[in-house]
Design a protein around this ligand. Structure first.
Ligand code: KIV
Length: 249
């Protein structure tokens, strides 16, 4: 049964939350069958599927199409739609775009950074919001770990608290030291979902292409449960050989 934002919030301290990204219908279908708690239709799609240099090139149109495809594959799984760069530039713009996500099939939306006023507006209008702090790819110039010194660590702690106060029901913590991930998780009353934030978080999220090993390189904090790029290369080479040798069909 599909989990609501309230159900997910209730899981804090009881059961770790499993979240994976998905961008397409067949992958979403597999994730639903696997019993994943939440699917994030992330703007990482731009980098891992489109070959863009950054997530900043992703548009609302891309994301709405991806959300609709994922919803067709996973009718009974909570779907978070990731608001692309500048789609949440102010409260009015964010509200219009968040509603487009809900119409496309999302159950809630995710925003990067300490956009407290915008989050409050969305929550007041009945849209559930997942926050995102630590490394926030839409606005960084490097993908290095965040929160190593005291000033940065305090900023992450402050942002996580601010996001919870603004009404977020979940917060993603990206690429921060494990000790800081633990401190943030203990300091807020909503679930903290880590991606490179240590094992003490209330749940974990991975980019599906990283999990599948579909790509040439992966973030140091990810884990490859498959080596799909290699399997595909072998299958395609075998197919090419069989066509040349008239073995197939
Ligand atoms: O866009 C995305 O996939 C994300 C994850 C890295 C959390 O924001």
């Amino acid at each position: 049964m599909k989990k609501s934002a309230a159900d997910l919030r209730e899981m804090k301290g009881k059961e770790p939350i499993s979240m994976l990204t998905a961008y397409t219908c067949p992958i979403a279908r597999c994730l639903e069958r696997a019993g994943i708690d939440v699917i994030l239709v992330g703007d990482t799609w731009g980098m891992v599927e489109m070959g863009f240099e950054s997530t900043r090139q992703v548009t609302m149109e891309h994301m709405c199409d991806n959300i609709a495809a994922v919803r067709r594959g996973a009718p009974d799984t909570h779907i978070i739609g990731d608001m692309p760069y500048q789609s949440d530039a102010n409260a009015e713009v964010a509200l219009g775009n968040a509603r487009r996500f809900i119409d496309a099939g999302a159950d809630s939306v995710k925003l990067e950074g300490p956009k407290y006023d915008i989050i409050e507006k969305l929550v007041t209008e009945g849209i559930e919001v997942c926050g995102h702090t630590g490394l926030t790819p839409q606005t960084v110039s490097s993908f290095k770990q965040v929160g190593r010194d005291e000033r940065e660590a305090n900023r992450v702690l402050e942002h996580a608290a601010g996001l919870a106060n603004a009404g977020c029901y979940l917060v993603v913590l990206e690429h921060i030291p494990a000790e800081l991930g633990e401190e943030v998780t203990r300091s807020i009353d909503i679930p903290a979902i880590g991606i490179g934030a240590g094992s003490a978080c209330d749940g974990q999220v991975l980019v599906i292409n990283d999990l599948m090993g579909l790509g040439d390189r992966w973030p140091p904090f990810s884990k490859q449960y498959l080596h799909l790029a290699e399997l595909l290369r072998e299958a395609a080479a075998r197919y090419a050989r069989e066509v040349k040798q008239r073995v197939f069909p």
